[in-house]
Ligand binder design. Structure first.
Ligand SMILES: NC(=O)c1ccc[n+]([C@@H]2O[C@H](COP(=O)([O-])OP(=O)(O)OC[C@H]3O[C@@H](n4cnc5c(N)ncnc54)[C@H](OP(=O)(O)O)[C@@H]3O)[C@@H](O)[C@H]2O)c1
Length: 361
């Protein structure tokens, strides 16, 4: 098959349906194959091998996300692939380079053209597994900024002398949850991972090296007492919360004096935070939203991504890709995520071509 005949697939959300169905989110042939068009000057063309699925993608295709899109649209922001064409001067990219990137829009399709100077593309060394790199950007930079930026958690590298911070992560086996566990551990914190099943708890120990785990489903009423026992009654300095709802409210019973509640998401539901608890314990509640950082302070995310990439190369973090669905199963992947069946990071795999060299997979 010649390069020009290589099919160009797109994942398209045709209709906002929640939860998404195989009719509402489909794989189609692009109306115009990008490979039949010349690459514009000062652009790079990338063959996409993986899209990374985030909870927000599933919500967005159901019309339930805070940033609304009108159907039809191509979902997906997080991508990994191989440079297949370069038109312009400079040595930033060459054909065959493996890259990960964030697309502003129209992410999940076989090919994408971006300006050579587009900032949100990172070259992946051959020694790094492209699947792991593909799953790094949104979940890990959200967790990294939430835990380390002074506006939020301000967790610094433990120096071995001062008190080690204790971090409680809710929904800890999920995408952002496991990222938070790994990042907090790599910074020397004591990490308590909280999940809804023993299997998920085990993943946090095995893939995140969590110090303690707690199953909040088997002990719905007072799981937080276990957390207080782990912390010898003091409670946790930071609570990282992508779940919300009753669980988040209960978790305030085991926050330390002067601690921080970091609101990340509402996989369960949106809770009302009782101001009296914030007052008596001198607690701060802070939201950390990746999307609005990209809009208002993109340099914070870019700096975080650079740091995370170094951490990945040094094996200080190790993204756990639990599933890689073929693109035709995108609706199933979204439903599995919404139904709490997935753990760690979830990828979508685009058809690969013989004439394109994948990195170590
Ligand atoms: N602030 C940001 O910038 C940012 C960035 C990325 C994601 N998020 C948000 O963070 C949340 C998690 O995203 P994710 O990508 O990590 O998703 P995920 O991989 O599906 O993880 C979500 C976790 O939430 C827990 N959960 C508790 N109640 C749930 C419910 N009713 N339905 C579904 N899950 C439930 C599940 O763990 P258990 O079964 O163990 O309870 C699940 O592992 C989402 O709300 C997402 O929008 C925010």
């Amino acid at each position: 098959m010649s390069h020009q005949q290589t099919p160009h697939y797109q994942i398209v959300c045709k209709e906002l349906v929640f939860p998404p169905t195989s009719e509402s989110v489909q794989v189609v042939q692009a109306p115009k194959n990008l490979l039949s068009e010349p690459l514009a000057k000062n652009h790079v063309r990338i063959k996409i091998l993986y899209g990374c699925l985030n909870y927000a993608d599933a919500l967005q295709c159901g019309g339930k996300y805070q940033e609304k899109m009108n159907a039809p649209f191509i979902p997906g922001k997080e991508l990994a692939g191989i440079v297949c064409d370069v038109n312009g001067k400079g040595d930033r990219f060459k054909v065959g380079d493996c890259v990960i990137m964030l697309a502003e829009k129209d992410g999940w399709q076989s090919f994408i053209d971006l300006p050579l100077l587009y900032p949100a593309i990172i070259k992946v060394p051959k020694s790094v597994d492209l699947k792991k790199a593909a799953s790094l950007l949104v979940a890990y930079s959200t967790s990294h900024v939430a835990l380390t930026h002074p506006r939020h958690g301000a967790l610094t590298q433990h120096d071995g002398k001062s008190k080690r911070s204790t971090v409680l992560v809710l929904g800890a086996s999920g995408g952002v949850g496991l990222a938070a566990v790994q990042i907090a551990k790599s910074l020397g914190a004591i990490v308590i991972a909280a999940c809804s099943s023993d299997e998920k708890c085990k993943i946090c120990t095995e893939k995140g090296q969590a110090d303690f785990v707690v199953n909040y489903s088997s002990n719905k009423k007072d799981w937080f007492k276990q957390v207080l026992e782990f912390t010898k009654g003091k409670g946790c300095d930071i609570i990282y919360d992508p779940v919300g709802g009753d669980l988040a409210l209960q978790s305030l019973k085991c926050i330390a004096w002067g601690g921080s509640l970091i609101v990340i998401g509402f996989a369960s539901s949106i809770q009302q935070i009782p101001a009296n608890i914030l007052l008596v314990k001198n607690v701060r509640a802070t939201g950390c939203y990746w999307g609005s950082y990209m809009k208002h302070e993109p340099q914070v995310i870019q700096q975080s991504m650079a740091t995370l990439f170094e951490m990945l190369v040094k094996k200080q973090i190790d993204p756990y890709v639990s599933e890689c669905y073929p693109i035709e199963s995108v609706a199933k992947a979204m439903n599995d995520m919404l139904e709490r069946k997935t753990v760690g990071r979830v990828l979508l795999s685009f058809p690969q071509q013989e004439n394109i060299r994948p990195s170590k997979l």
